[in-house]
Write a protein that binds this ligand. Structure first.
Ligand SMILES: Nc1nc2c(ncn2[C@@H]2O[C@H](COP(=O)(O)OP(=O)(O)OP(=O)(O)O)[C@@H](O)[C@H]2O)c(=O)[nH]1
Length: 307
């Protein structure tokens, strides 16, 4: 896909988020000088656009340090906010790289049911295939037959093999078989779906620890990545999921999905500020092409309404 069409898609996807912050800042920008009252309003606008209190306070301080007492137009204010958002996003905009040696790179994908986990796995697999990597999928979410079926449909569509077991089967044994198959057939990336039963933390933790133990026996480096898929429409709840999954699963990176269906895309900035975890990709739609690494400067401008 050309950069242009991705940028367009991103703009379209973030439209609701962009409109929200932009409208909030437009309201604030009626006063010409950047004084403390205006800064308070900017901070409130950022908080009510889901950027979180910590990012909002940081952006306020940076604006104050650079522009206090100066005249500032609406566009200049939005440009300045975009620059500060970019400063928060840049350090975490880290693409997922396939570097494991020996192969395969084992990528565990975790997240609550409905977060877009299965679709994201398909999008990720498609993206890796496009980059000429050999990909194998493992249906480690054996809790629901539908999850296995859904992943199988995606695997067929993308043209990648899938290791699956019966509903209720042992995810660790599926992962074991998958690593062996990936090693024997020279696969670069093994992407593992897992069950997202956050309501039963202990069971989930046991299941993930067992998968880790089995993986560790085959390759002490595995899993190389533990990617948490988050649904941006959950707003601040997405942040508490990071907290819980960090504790349960040792998250190495995030993928934020459904940024197209929500005005709450500012939560991406809150997640970056609060957790500093790499954000490998963002999902802005339901089609297979709708997952890409993100350009922090472009995303910041889109969020602030100046792209
Ligand atoms: N608009 C939009 N929808 C998405 C995106 N990613 C996933 N979805 C949709 O979200 C719904 C849930 O996605 P799944 O991939 O089934 O989610 P899951 O987390 O695997 O959920 P379970 O299959 O219930 O475990 C589906 O209808 C997807 O098409 C996205 O980036 N944007």
């Amino acid at each position: 896909m050309s950069e242009k069409s991705w940028a367009d898609r991103l703009l379209g996807g973030f439209r609701k988020t962009s409109e929200r912050l932009s409208a909030n800042l437009t309201e604030v920008a009626t006063k010409a000088r950047l004084d403390d009252a205006t800064l308070d309003d900017v901070e409130d606008a950022l908080i009510s656009s889901d950027l979180g209190p910590s990012a909002a306070a940081r952006i306020r301080e940076r604006l104050r340090a650079k522009r206090f007492g100066l005249e500032i137009s609406e566009t200049e204010l939005k440009e300045a906010v975009a620059e500060e958002i970019a400063a928060i996003l840049r350090p975490v905009a880290i693409p997922l790289e396939i570097t494991a040696f020996p192969r395969p790179q084992v990528i565990l994908v975790i997240g609550v049911n409905g977060s877009g986990k299965t679709t994201t796995i398909a999008k990720l697999a498609h993206w890796l295939v496009e980059d000429d990597y050999g990909v194998l999928l493992a249906a480690g979410d054996t809790f629901r037959a539908a999850a296995i079926g859904q992943l199988a449909t995606w695997a067929d569509r993308i043209g990648v093999p899938l290791v699956r077991g019966p509903e209720g089967g042992d995810p660790a044994s599926i992962v074991f078989d998958a690593v062996k198959q990936a090693t024997d057939t020279g696969i670069d990336a093994l992407v593992v779906d897992t069950a997202g039963r956050l309501q039963n933390k202990r069971e989930l933790m046991e299941e993930l620890s067992k998968i880790r133990r089995v993986l560790g026996k085959l390759n002490p480096e595995a899993p190389h990545d533990v990617l948490l898929v988050l649904d941006a429409t959950n707003g601040q709840n997405a942040l508490s999921q990071i907290e819980t999954f960090k504790e349960v699963a040792g998250v190495t990176g995030l993928i934020m999905t459904k940024l197209d269906g929500t005005a709450r895309g500012g939560v991406l900035v809150a997640a970056a500020e609060q957790y500093g975890l790499p954000i490998h990709a963002i999902g802005v739609g339901e089609t297979i092409d709708d997952l890409r690494p993100f350009d922090p400067d472009l995303v910041a401008r889109v969020i602030a309404g100046v792209a």
